[in-house]
Ligand binder design. Structure first.
Ligand code: KG4
Ligand code: ZN
Length: 377
C-alpha cells in the first residue's frame, strides 16, 4: 500500500525514437527504469522514420512497462498515478504511449497525468538513482536540494532549443527559442555531413574529443549566430551550412547546370574531420553559453535574478557543454543543475517527475487526453 503523501508514479515516454518507462517515488527517486532505443532501426535512414518509430513502440512498449515496474520492486497495484508524455512529438508515436497510459490508469483506478515532454526535460535534473544490489532496491539516494526558484532553464534537445524563466514548478515562461534547427538537430545534420552515424550528437562528441580550440580554429572558424543585440533566440542553420562548405568545399555549377561539391567527406583524413567536428561543437556551445549570459542579464534586469541554472535535453549530455556551463555558472556563483547523462536523453523518469508536479497541483487528465504534435512553446 502506498503511504499517505508518498507518490509512486509510472512515467511513459514514446514521443520520438525511445520507448521508455520508469517508476519514480515522490517526484525524484528513480525506483526502476527501462529504455528501448530505436537508434539501430533508424540508422540506415540517417534520421527518425515516423512510421517505423510508431510500429517499434507498439512492439516494445508492453515489455518495457513490465520491465520498469519489475525493476522498481513495487507492485502495479501500488502505483499512485500514470504519467505520459502526450505532447509535443510524433503523433503516431505519442499515441502508443497515451493509449497504454489510459488503459493502465483506467484498469488500476488511478489518475492519468498528461505531461509536456519539453517541460519534463526541465525537471530531469532533480532525479536521483537509488543504491541497488544485484538489481534489488537497498537504499534511497540523497534527496536533491530544494529547488532554488526562480531558475534559469535551458532545454537543448533534438526538437527544442529554448531558454526559460522558471518561477515555480510547472509554469516556465519562454525567453527565447530557435528560429530554425534545434541544436540537437544541428548536431545530427553535422554528423551526417561528416559521414557519421545517427544519432549525431554522441558521434560528434567522440570525434571531437581531444581536439583543442586552437587546433579547431586553425582548420576553420565557423560562424556563431547571435541574432540581434540582446536576442535570446537561437539560429543554427548558418552554422550547419558553413560546416557543409568547410567539409565539401564551395559548390560549383557543372556543365549540366547542376551544383556539385568539389569533394566529399570521405576525401578528408580522420584528423581533419575531427578538427571540423570540434569546430562545430565549439561554435554551437559558444552560442549556448553566450545566450545563457544574455538570459541571466535579462532576468536580473526584470528584478527576478535566478537562484540557479537548470539544463535538460539530449544535448545536455554533451561533456563539452556540461564543462562550459558548469564553469560559466561557477564564475557567477550560480548553482548549476545538470541531469545525469541517462536523464538528459528521453526517458520515462522525467515524465513521472513532471507528472508528480501535476498531481500535486491537482492538474489531472482524463480518458480524452489527446496526443498532440506541437507543444504550446
Ligand atoms: O532529448 P532527446 O533525447 O530527444 C528530443 O527530445 O529531441 O535529444 C536527442 C538529441 C539528438 O539530436 C542527439 O544527437 C542529441 O540529443 N544528443 C547529443 C548528445 N547526446 C544526445 N548532442 C550532443 N552531444 C551528446 N553527447
Ligand atoms: Zn526529449
Amino acid at each position: 500500500m502506498s503511504r499517505p503523501g508518498r507518490s509512486l508514479i509510472l512515467g511513459i515516454e514514446t514521443s520520438c525514437d525511445e520507448t521508455a518507462a520508469a517508476v519514480v517515488e515522490n517526484g525524484w527517486l528513480v525506483r526502476g527504469a527501462r529504455v528501448a532505443t530505436q537508434h539501430e532501426l533508424h540508422r540506415p535512414y540517417g534520421g527518425v522514420v515516423p512510421e517505423l518509430a510508431s510500429r517499434a513502440h507498439v512492439d516494445v512498449l508492453t515489455p518495457t512497462l513490465a520491465g520498469a515496474i519489475e525493476a522498481s520492486g513495487v507492485d502495479a497495484a501500488d502505483l499512485t498515478a500514470i504519467a505520459v508524455g502526450n505532447r509535443p512529438g510524433l503523433v503516431g508515436s505519442l499515441v502508443v504511449g497515451v493509449a497504454a497510459a489510459k488503459a493502465m490508469s483506467w484498469s488500476l483506478g488511478v489518475p492519468l497525468l498528461g505531461v509536456d515532454h519539453v517541460l519534463a526535460h526541465l525537471v530531469a535534473a532533480r532525479l536521483r538513482e537509488p543504491a541497488k544490489v544485484s538489481g534489488t532496491f537497498v537504499a534511497a539516494a540523497e534527496a536533491p536540494d530544494t529547488p532554488d526558484l526562480p531558475q534559469l532553464g535551458l532545454v537543448v534537445s533534438g526538437g527544442h532549443t529554448s531558454l526559460y524563466a522558471v518561477p515555480d514548478a510547472g509554469s516556465p515562461r519562454v525567453l527565447g527559442s530557435t528560429l530554425d534547427d534545434a541544436v540537437g538537430e544541428a548536431f545530427d545534420k553535422a554528423a551526417k555531413i561528416l559521414g557519421l552515424g545517427h544519432p549525431g550528437g554522441p558521434a560528434i562528441e567522440r570525434l571531437a574529443a581531444g581536439v583543442t580550440r586552437e587546433a579547431a580554429d586553425a582548420r576553420v572558424r565557423l560562424p556563431r549566430s547571435l541574432l540581434g543585440r540582446g536576442s535570446l533566440d537561437f539560429s543554427f542553420s548558418g552554422l550547419k551550412t558553413a560546416l557543409l562548405y568547410a567539409v565539401r568545399g564551395q559548390p560549383e555549377k557543372g556543365p549540366d547546370g547542376k551544383t556539385r561539391f568539389p569533394r566529399s567527406e570521405a576525401d578528408l583524413p580522420e584528423a581533419e574531420r575531427a578538427a571540423l567536428a570540434a569546430a562545430f561543437q565549439f561554435a554551437a556551445v559558444d552560442v549556448i553559453v553566450k545566450k545563457l549570459g544574455r538570459a541571466l542579464e535579462a532576468l536580473a534586469a526584470e528584478g527576478t535574478p535566478p537562484g540557479a541554472v537548470v539544463l535538460g535535453g539530449g544535448v545536455s549530455a554533451n561533456r563539452h557543454l556540461r564543462e562550459r556551463v558548469t564553469a560559466w555558472a561557477e564564475a557567477r556563483g550560480l548553482p548549476c543543475r545538470l541531469p545525469a547523462p541517462a536523464h538528459c536523453v528521453d526517458n520515462g523518469a522525467m515524465i513521472a517527475a513532471a507528472g508528480h508536479d501535476l498531481l500535486l497541483a491537482g492538474d489531472l487528465a482524463d480518458l480524452r487526453l489527446p496526443a498532440v504534435s506541437t507543444g504550446p512553446r
